[in-house]
Design a protein around this ligand. Structure first.
Ligand code: ZN
Ligand code: ZN
Length: 156
C-alpha cells in the first residue's frame, strides 16, 4: 500500500488530505492481513505527514484457545507520523536528528502504509483472537480439540 505524497508534502502545515484505501493483496508481517480497506487522513505537520488510518482487514491468526489457524476480521486504526528524507520543495536532504524509529517517506516521496499496519498488528496481538466466539479450546490434559466433542479420556 504505497502512495506518492509529494503533493501533500508541498501543502502548508495543517493541510489535510483524505485517501480511500483498498488493498486486496496480502500484507505480510508477524501477522498477515489481506483485504484491507479504510480511510487514510494525511495531516501536514512541520516535520512530515501525520497519518490517521481507520479501517479493517482480514487477519490470519492462530486461535488462542484451540491453536487452529483461522481468519478473522480485525479493525485497524493507527496514527503515525511519517517523516521525509528530503525536503519536498528544495529537494535537499533533511538533516538527521529525528528519532530513528520514525516511519520514513522514501526519497521518491512514497509513503508506505504497510509499516503502520505491521506495527499495529504487533501491538494488537495482545488481543486474543478466537476462531469463533464459543471455541471450546483444547483438553488441558492431552490437547484434544474439544470443538470435535468432549475428550473421552478426560471428560469433566
Ligand atoms: Zn479455536
Ligand atoms: Zn483429554
Amino acid at each position: 500500500m504505497m502512495m506518492n505524497v509529494l503533493t501533500e508534502l508541498r501543502q502548508p502545515v495543517g493541510s489535510v488530505s483524505q485517501f480511500e484505501v483498498v488493498e486486496p493483496n496480502t500484507i505480510g508481517g508477524e501477522v498477515s492481513v489481506r483485504n484491507l480497506r479504510g480511510t487514510a487522513e494525511l495531516l501536514r505537520t512541520d516535520r512530515g505527514l501525520l497519518v490517521t488510518f481507520e479501517g479493517a482487514a482480514v487477519a490470519e491468526v492462530t486461535c488462542s484457545r484451540c491453536l487452529k489457524e483461522t481468519e478473522c476480521e480485525v479493525p485497524i486504526t493507527f496514527e503515525e507520523e511519517y517523516v521525509p528524507y528530503t525536503d519536498p520543495v528544495s529537494g535537499s536532504r533533511i538533516r538527521s536528528g529525528f528519532e530513528t524509529d520514525a516511519f520514513r517517506i522514501s526519497e521518491d516521496h512514497t509513503l508506505d502504509l504497510r509499516e503502520g499496519i505491521r506495527q499495529y498488528m504487533l501491538i494488537s496481538e495482545s488481543v486474543k483472537p478466537l476462531c469463533r466466539a464459543d471455541c471450546k479450546g483444547l483438553c488441558q490434559e492431552c490437547g484434544t480439540d474439544l470443538n470435535g466433542g468432549p475428550c473421552t479420556d478426560h471428560d469433566v
